[in-house]
Design a protein. Structure first.
Lengths: 218, 218
DNA sequence: TAGATTGTTAATCGATTAACAATC
DNA sequence: TAGATTGTTAATCGATTAACAATC
């Protein structure tokens, strides 16, 4: 099947976390309802797009008032699977890996990072942001013990492919891939690649066009 | 104008860095030509998509052989503006900020991170990954001195809006925004928001669907 | 009530994919 | 040469946007 691992509603799903952030803010303000128009204004989107996106969560709004804040938060979290906590490990305790392990925001998404792994003997045994760093050799042994479901892959790209194989062998079912290598995995392993370079590519091209005064093409 | 700051060919531009990585690898192998088919196989894409994407760089391939590797590398770098070095500053020297300042990959994209800024007196004056950490108060003074063009915004989200204002006042023209706040900036300031939560949202939904055995919907 | 906002159905827009002649 | 691969033109697909009746 050609489109395996492609989620329908992809663009909508990617926008939901931004909506959720705003709606949670309204919730902490004690607001009972929030309208799609308000969310859209906050994010520079079209109200119709917000309504369409929210519709996939199954929530029903009230004409004139908007969407019930508490129910909306629950519905989005539920739709994203963020009502369930997933245990994750960092594989590659370099700069990026250590940073992500200390990134508090993920706690709000049900992502619980519980350990890190590295090959560097100088790092193994140390603690980073409260996480123990284990040797990569112990992956097979520790993944089941720790009940880890997700691996956050932050090794240098030359090691990505081989490390990925170890991760799969250890029984991990989902990989958040921060390397610039496209991983080859069995069909039942979920992979999402986070490509920081592509973001910088966009910014860089925008800068180039702006410099040219080429606003029409923007 | 409604679509200001929207780059045409957005999806193509975001794929180019992955192509570039593969083509540079072929280059270091000494290959003279690389075909769109080979690139496509490596990334699990359709060959026609790779050809269409490469066409925007203006490069001409040879039937049967493929694209000339050296020229292709140059053309992509030129198209992305990666042949020009841009000086950048980290604003918010927390976990993520420190990690990005030590992320070697950006060197290959002409991104030169030269300093970090933070409000924490305990951090100011220290060195992280070879970068001096300055006080945020010095932004206006130092940005012109350092010839910094890009700000990488990695402050905690409650500080995003106010810090952004300082950045704009200091004369920065492009912001790579890692917070989950949509920034409000003048029309001549370029912003690209990197949303790590949206990536985790995708992975999380994929996991949920896979669990249900709902492969048809994937 | 009047009108802001919803959900639905249809139209538009843009990106991906297909088809195929040209060619090294 | 034969055939793999290109660039172009057309078709398809999916996502965004528009229009509007329903309604709290």
């Amino acid at each position: 099947m050609a489109n395996k691992n492609k989620v329908s509603y992809g663009p909508s799903i990617r926008r939901l976390p931004s909506y959720l952030h705003i709606i949670r803010h309204a919730q902490s303000n004690g607001d009972q309802f929030i309208s799609g128009t308000v969310i859209a204004n906050e994010l520079n989107l079209e109200p119709i797009q917000v309504r369409k996106d929210l519709a996939i969560t199954g929530i029903i709004g009230k004409p004139k008032k908007g969407y019930p804040v508490n129910e909306l938060v629950t519905a989005i979290e539920r739709y994203l699977g963020w009502n369930v906590t997933h245990k994750a490990i960092i594989v590659g305790a370099g700069n990026l890996g250590s940073a992500l392990s200390g990134y508090q925001e993920f706690k709000n998404h049900g992502l619980d990072i519980i350990a890190a792994f590295d090959t560097d003997p100088a790092k193994v045994g140390k603690i980073v942001h409260g996480l123990p760093i284990h040797s990569l050799d112990q992956l097979t042994e520790l993944v089941p013990q720790l009940h880890a479901e997700i691996a956050i892959l932050t090794v240098p790209s030359p090691y990505a492919t081989s490390t990925c194989e170890s991760i799969v062998k250890a029984g991990i079912k989902a990989i958040w891939n921060f390397t610039n290598i496209k991983l080859k995995v069995p069909a039942d392993i979920m992979v999402w690649r986070e490509d920081l370079s592509s973001g910088y590519a966009m910014l860089s091209v925008m800068m180039k066009l702006a410099q040219k005064g080429d606003t029409a093409a923007l």
